[in-house]
Ligand binder design. Structure first.
Ligand code: DOR
Ligand code: ZN
Length: 341
């Protein structure tokens, strides 16, 4: 048995409307708080829309009887974002600024194409002064397996030029990125899928679109290096699932939407891995304590989650109208389960 205090998922796509209603319980019941990504169909680059979305999440969590739960909001860095909007957002308690390179992933059409140009550097300066945390989807538009590594240059430039700005490398996927953690102001999140799977799972035996995500899963060496980093409880690393539900029809058609829906299995699977590697004692840091410090999170609602070593079968799918969403490890059995609250 293990007890986790106040689990936090520092990177998740909750979507909106019907999908939100169908996926939120997996997070809101078992996590004290989650950092909700702003890449909705209409990107959340203004305070009013963010507050409206926050209300939608809170109301849905109430309807679903999820107990104490805090959505942590982020603002989308689009070309139209300006100083006044950042000031307004900060006043409303929004302190995460999310940067997507234009075209890098789902919902990044309104992202930034020239990240180091003057206008965007001015935004970084303002963000630094206001105490924002800059969360970055770090991928270039180069060869797909090199994208995160190539983006390293940009991380370096921002870290050096804005030393008081906290920068989060989101969803680490390439072991060469780990070196960037030597900069005092660079931190990272790590997903479940990047520490348990490799490119072989996507295309090693038939093409599996459900394991297709951005950044793409890489080599087994990358997976293992990131796994060891997560297991170590390193204080610069928070857990961020990047759980990203897509309708099955969009996964199978439309060129294969990128995103892995891992929310239904996160805590049991993490227990399984940390136990297997005899590092259960570090799970609390990875799942909550590090994030509380890095993001300076106050007033997190209290939640105590107990997991027991009993078999748990992952559901095959979630029905959405006449479509479905397929979770990671659908139909498989895990060796830990969450004890009923
Ligand atoms: O695989 C991904 N899916 N990566 C992202 O960065 C976005 C996400 C989504 O929103 O579906
Ligand atoms: Zn994401």
């Amino acid at each position: 048995m293990i007890t986790l205090q106040n689990p936090l998922d520092m990177h998740i796509h909750l979507r909106e409307g019907e999908i939100l209603k169908s996926v939120l319980n997996f997070s809101a019941k078992y996590f004290s708080g989650v950092l909700a990504m702003p890449n909705l169909k209409i990107p959340l680059d203004d305070t009013n829309s963010i507050l409206k979305y926050k209300k939608e999440i809170e109301n849905t969590a109430k309807e679903l009887n999820c107990g104490n739960f805090m959505p942590i909001m982020s603002i989308y860095l689009s070309e139209s974002l300006n100083k006044n909007e950042l000031i307004k957002a900060k006043k409303e308690g929004i302190k995460i600024l999310k940067l997507y390179p234009k075209g890098a992933t789902t919902g990044s059409e309104n992202g930034i194409s020239e990240i180091l140009n003057q206008k965007i550097c001015d935004i970084f300066e303002i963000a630094q002064d206001l105490g924002f945390i800059l969360s970055i989807h770090g991928e270039s538009n180069g060869f797909s397996l090199e994208r995160e590594f190539e983006f390293g240059e940009i991380f370096r430039e921002i870290a050096i030029n804005f030393p008081r700005l906290k920068i989060i490398m989101e969803h680490l996927s390439d072991r060469r990125s780990i070196d960037l953690l030597k900069y005092d102001n660079i931190f990272a999140t790590i997903t479940l899928h990047h520490i348990t799977m490799s490119l072989d799972d996507v295309l090693g035996s038939g093409l599996n679109p459900h394991y297709f995500c951005k950044p793409i899963l890489k080599t087994k060496k990358d997976r293992d290096a990131l796994l060891n980093l997560a297991l170590s409880g390193d204080e610069k690393i928070s857990f961020g699932s990047d759980s990203a539900p897509h309708l099955e029809s969009n996964k199978l058609k439309q060129n294969g939407a990128a995103g892995i829906f891992s929310a239904p299995i996160l805590l049991p699977k993490l227990c399984e891995i940390f136990e297997k590697h005899k590092k259960l004692e570090n799970l609390q840091k990875f799942i909550s304590d590090n994030a509380r410090k890095i993001y300076d999170l106050q007033n997190i609602p209290n939640k105590t989650i107990t997991l027991i070593k009993e078999s748990f079968k992952v559901q095959d799918f979630i029905v959405i109208g006449d479509d479905r969403i397929i979770p990671l490890l659908a139909g498989k059995s895990l060796s830990w389960r969450i004890k009923d609250l």
